[in-house]
Write a protein of this length. Structure first.
Length: 54
């Protein structure tokens, strides 16, 4: 009976730490995506200002 409880406990701990890792990876991906979008918008604004300044 104790072996079964130990196995279940270890399985739950492994699953929860795996979910946390996946969450951290997606969070980093979201911030990277936001930074890329901001950089693209800044580039478009820069190009637009150069074109209209002539």
């Amino acid at each position: 009976m104790y072996k079964l409880r130990t196995v279940i406990l270890l399985a739950l701990l492994t699953a929860f730490s795996g979910c946390e890792l996946v969450g951290d990876i997606f969070e980093a991906g979201v911030w990277t995506g936001i930074l890329i979008v901001v950089a693209i918008i800044a580039g478009i604004i820069f190009l637009f200002s150069k074109i209209t300044r002539k």
